[in-house]
Ligand binder design. Sequence first.
Ligand code: ADP
Ligand code: ADP
Length: 228
Amino acid sequence: MIEMFDVWKTYPNGVNALQGINIKINRSEFVYVVGPSGAGKSTFIKLMYREEKPTKGEIFINGFNVDRIKERQIPMIRRNIGVVFQDYRLLPNLTVYENVAFAMEVIEASKSKIRKRVPEVLELVGLPDKLKAFPNQLSGGEQQRVALARALVNNPSIIIADEPTGNLDPDTSWEIMDLFEKINFSGTTVVMATHNREIVNQMRKRVIAIENGQVVRDQQRGEYGYEN
Ligand code: ADP
Ligand code: ADP
């Protein structure tokens, strides 16, 4: 579960990226975050995985106040949250297997667990035969599948995605969305910032629209669009 209470974010340059956000996202929800460029979507998402800290207000992830936790507890929060980006962010000099395994090594999982889990999660995302490939040998859609496998490998309760289909063609975007939906059906909360009108309007989910750092609309089975 994700809760924000009167959350404000002012960057050091004085930009008010978020202004008084109150939101509650329940376990197993699927939420789109929409809004024009510069509205505050990325900031909203970064606060959830503590890439940024709020200037004011409180954020709870699964009951933990992310602002009060000690530095050494940040890995625990991040283990519970998988993150997927528009540009995949795979490590170019590691194979598919090694990219996914790396996320488990970071949390000091045992070698035997890693050897069992990595092929399992690559199967789940539909890439069982690419273990030894390097990212530059894969299509964009395949790279995003690897990124999703990496995000899922530690069994997080929440997946956060910032424009995950932003660099993909429409067919591939739908394949990736089907995966997100499958992951959500298995109980994982999904929070996705997107500009993809077709996807939002066809795969109906909760829509949170942010404009000028404020939530201007919050609808179940909502539509794309952000002019109220
Ligand atoms: P979106 O994801 O909706 O495009 P962002 O959250 O990236 O919006 O940005 C919201 C506002 O905060 C914008 O005006 C942006 O320029 C500003 N901003 C974002 N990140 C930073 C940063 N690290 N430092 C200063 N300003 C930032
Ligand atoms: P996205 O494509 O996810 O919206 P952005 O383009 O908003 O990402 O941001 C890319 C990076 O640049 C982020 O790390 C963000 O914090 C930083 N950034 C965005 N706007 C500014 C800004 N006005 N000043 C400084 N850094 C910024």
